[in-house]
Design a protein around this ligand. Structure first.
Ligand code: MG
Length: 158
C-alpha cells in the first residue's frame, strides 16, 4: 500500500539568530523565530509524514504552548512521526522538499542536509531530494522576512 503526504511550514526570520535546517547550522547572522529550534525543514517533513498517515499535524502532537518543546531539537518531532507511521507498518519510500529562502545560498549545504535527513529517516540518501529557491524579491521570502518549506513524502507498507 502507498500513501502520500504533504507538509509545509513558514517561520519569520530575525537577525542575530541561528538558522537551522535538518539540524545543520546554516547561518549565525539570520535565523528563524520559533518555540522549538525553528527547523522549518524538519517541521514540514514531520507534517508530511503525519499527513500521509492522517494523524493530524505537528501542532496537535507537539503544541507550541507546551514548555516541554521550548528550544527542542525538531528531529524529536520527526522521529515520533516516523515511529507512529511504523506502528501502522509504513516507512518512507521517498521525500521531496523545496526550501524557499532568499539568502544565504543553500546549494553548499544541500548534500549535508540530504544526508542528515536520510540518516534520521533511516533510508538511502538517493531517496531524499532537497531543492532550494529564492523568492525573486517578491513576497515575505523575497523580502528576506521569512523562510518557507514544502515537503511531499511517499510512504509504503509491505
Ligand atoms: Mg514550524
Amino acid at each position: 500500500m502507498i500513501r502520500i503526504g504533504f507538509g509545509n511550514d513558514v517561520h519569520r526570520l530575525e537577525r542575530d539568530r541561528r538558522l537551522i535546517l535538518a539540524g545543520i547550522v546554516i547561518s549565525e547572522e539570520i535565523g528563524a523565530i520559533g518555540h522549538s529550534d525553528a527547523d522549518a525543514l524538519c517541521h514540514a517533513v514531520t507534517d508530511a509524514v503525519l499527513g500521509a498517515m492522517a494523524l493530524g499535524d505537528i501542532g496537535s502532537h507537539f503544541p507550541d504552548s507546551d514548555p516541554k518543546w521550548k528550544g527542542a531539537d525538531s528531529f524529536t518531532f520527526l522521529r515520533e512521526a516516523l515511529r507512529l507511521a511504523l506502528e501502522k507498518g509504513f516507512h518512507v519510500s521517498n521525500l521531496d522538499c523545496t526550501i524557499n529562502l532568499e539568502r544565504p545560498k543553500l546549494r553548499p549545504h544541500i548534500d549535508a542536509i540530504r544526508a542528515k535527513l536520510a540518516e534520521q529517516i533511516g533510508c538511502e540518501t538517493d531517496r531524499i531530494s532537497v531543492k532550494a529557491k529564492t523568492g525573486e524579491g517578491l513576497d515575505a521570502v523575497g523580502r528576506f522576512e521569512a523562510i518557507r518549506v514544502e515537503a511531499v513524502v511517499l510512504m509504503t507498507s509491505a
